[in-house]
Write a protein that binds this ligand. Structure first.
Ligand code: SF4
Length: 337
């Protein structure tokens, strides 16, 4: 019988759940996954997943009626076990209402709703902490994504269209974040410097398009080569594009985890959050950068929308030179300069 994983957290959390999916599938075959519509394309093509079930908890499935309808649909599947990496009451209650006989969750979730409670490690990387739900050792599985050949072909054709700008490879920049305070403000200046050594591709959603335009225009004025992919590719295609980059520079946001899962070297810029929260780069050779010695830092688990103190020093005082030094540390550009 099939197991169910309920993971309706943010996009990056879903990427970091792929090691758990792989561990479970290795034991008893592919699992079903309840996840958000945004994250669904990432798990739908994963070989560890039999079926991805959308749950739009903040949109069209908002409210008790849709919640109960989903619980009924899950009950009809007669799952053998539910794994609950997301520690929300909603996830635990969904598995309980679906009458799944084994419900495995973390001690700091809703243990009364679980039949098996696992201790959630307090340190280590989030992907390893989630693996602990399956009783697996840290690093036994790594985050991985499985874009399709059609995704790769779409990216090939997009790259063909902009190829003249990117001969010799490119660096990807992901300057956006839904949390305003997590946005480092100097991507434009960084791009101008990096464009002396490689083409630049700005990645992100449609909401990042105007930020991307500022970056590509500035690089163009200084004689460099830059294009924007913001809003032009699907999520899986964006993962493919990041996978083709020589390096990704990103804030503490979902593209960091896409790069990890696609095996691309990454430099992650941290402001109000810190890598020690468990969401930093995990692959050897990758780097993170943050301002050391700022008393207010970190100020939030997720990163606030705006700096609560108004000065945003954690990002404003983090220089382009500091990020360039971290890029050098990775060696990712030196290898083909
Ligand atoms: S309070 Fe400090 S750490 Fe938080 S956003 Fe402002 S400057 Fe950054």
């Amino acid at each position: 019988m099939t197991s169910l994983v309920i993971q309706t957290a943010f996009l990056g959390d879903v990427v970091l759940t792929t090691p758990l999916l792989e561990a479970l599938a290795r034991r008893a075959g592919p699992v079903d996954v309840v996840t958000t519509p945004a994250a669904l394309p990432l798990v739908a093509t994963h070989p560890a997943v039999r079926r991805a079930i959308p749950y739009d908890k903040r949109g069209q499935d908002r409210g008790m009626a849709a919640f109960l309808a989903l619980a009924r649909a899950l009950r009809a599947e007669r799952y053998e076990a539910a794994y609950l990496p997301h520690r929300s009451l909603r996830s635990g209650a969904l598995a309980w209402l679906a009458r799944i006989p084994r419900r495995v969750g973390f001690h700091d979730g809703w243990p009364l709703l679980y039949t098996e409670v696992r201790r959630r490690p307090t340190d280590g990387h989030e992907s390893d902490r989630l693996l602990a739900l399956a009783g697996e050792a840290p690093h036994s599985f790594a985050p991985r994504l499985w874009p399709t050949p059609a995704d790769a072909a779409a990216v090939d054709s997009w790259l063909d269209a902009v190829q003249g700008s990117l001969d010799g490879g490119f660096v990807a920049l992901a300057p956006g974040s839904i949390w305003g305070a997590k946005r480092w403000p100097y991507y434009r200046e960084l791009a101008e410097q990096l464009a002396r050594r490689a083409g630049i591709v700005v990645v992100g959603g449609a909401e990042d398009a105007s930020l991307a335009s500022e970056i590509t225009a500035a690089v163009g004025r200084s004689g460099g080569r830059a294009v924007s992919a913001c809003g032009r590719l699907t999520l899986r295609q964006s993962a493919v594009l990041i996978g083709r980059a020589r390096l990704l520079v990103t804030n503490d946001s979902a593209p960091l985890h896409l790069a990890t899962a696609m095996g691309t070297p990454v430099v992650a810029v941290f402001g109000p959050t810190i890598p020690e929260f468990g969401f930093g780069p995990v692959r050897e050779g990758d780097a993170s950068v943050g301002l050391v010695g700022l008393a207010c830092r970190p100020c939030s688990d997720h990163g606030p929308r705006a700096c609560p103190l108004g000065h945003h020093r954690c990002m404003r005082e983090l220089s382009v030179d500091r990020v360039l030094a971290a890029i050098e540390e990775t060696g990712a550009l030196r290898r083909r300069d």
